[in-house]
Design a protein around this ligand. Sequence first.
Ligand code: HEC
Length: 227
Amino acid sequence: MSGGAGVSQRAVLAAVALAVALPMVTACGADDVGRATESGTGAMTATVVSGDERPAAARAGAAEPVYGFGTPATAAQIAAWDIDIGPDGAGLPPGRGTVAEGLEVWERHRCILCHGPTGREGPNDVLTGRVPGDEFPFANDRSLRSTVGNYWPYATTLFDYTRRAMPFDLPGTMTDEEVYAVVGAMLYFNDLLPADAVVDSATVVDTHMPARNRFVPDNRTGGPTIR
Ligand code: HEC
C-alpha cells in the first residue's frame, strides 16, 4: 500500500465516520441518560474509524491493484477535507474570535439574510430560542422549533457544522477565526455566552448546551451505556 493511498483512505474513512456518527446521536427525552454520553461517544467513533473495508487481499498486506487512473491525494487536499470535530472538541483548529466580531461576521457573511438579525426571524432555520426551564418537550409539542439553544447537545458540533456547511450558498468561505466568532454570536443569541465573551477551542468545549443530556450515543450494538 503506498503512503498516499493509505492516507487518503483514512481520510475517506474519517469522513464516513462523521457521516455515520452525526445521525447516530439519538434524541431521548429521559433525564437520566446523560452519564452515558461522555464515554460512549468516543467508543462509537473509534469503532467506525477502525472498520477496515478494504478487500481481504489488501488487508493481508498484498499489493493493491493498479487501475491506472487518479493521483494520490496531496496532503493539502486531504487537510481540506479532514475537518471533522469530535463532540469532545478533538480536531478543533487554533484561533479565536469574540462575540462582538461574530455579530459583524453575522452580517458580513449574510447569516442575517437567511436567519434574521438575532437568529429568530428566518426566513430559514430558526437558530435562537430556549424552552423555559430548559425542558425538552419535543415529543409532546409538535409545533416547537428546534434551535441551537434548545436542541444542539454540543457547541463543538455547532462549530463543525457551521464551518462545513454555512453560509448555505457559500460554504467554506469563512476563516477559522470567523467561525469561532460567529459560533460565539449564536451562543450569545441563545444566552449561553455573554456579549463580551472571547471564543476559542476551550470556550466551545466548555459551553454547556441545555440539551447536552438529552442525547445518548447509539452504535446499534446496545449494552449498558446505550439505549
Ligand atoms: C442563503 C441562505 C443562508 C445563509 C446565507 C446562511 N444560512 Fe444557515 N441555514 C440555511 C438553511 C437553508 C439551513 C438548513 C439547512 C439544512 O437543513 O440542510 C441552515 C441551517 C443552519 C444551521 C443549522 C440549524 C439547525 O438547527 O439545524 C446553522 C447553525 C446555521 N445555518 C448557521 C448559519 C450561519 C452562522 C450563517 C452565516 C455564516 C448562515 N447560517 C448563513 C440558510 C442559510
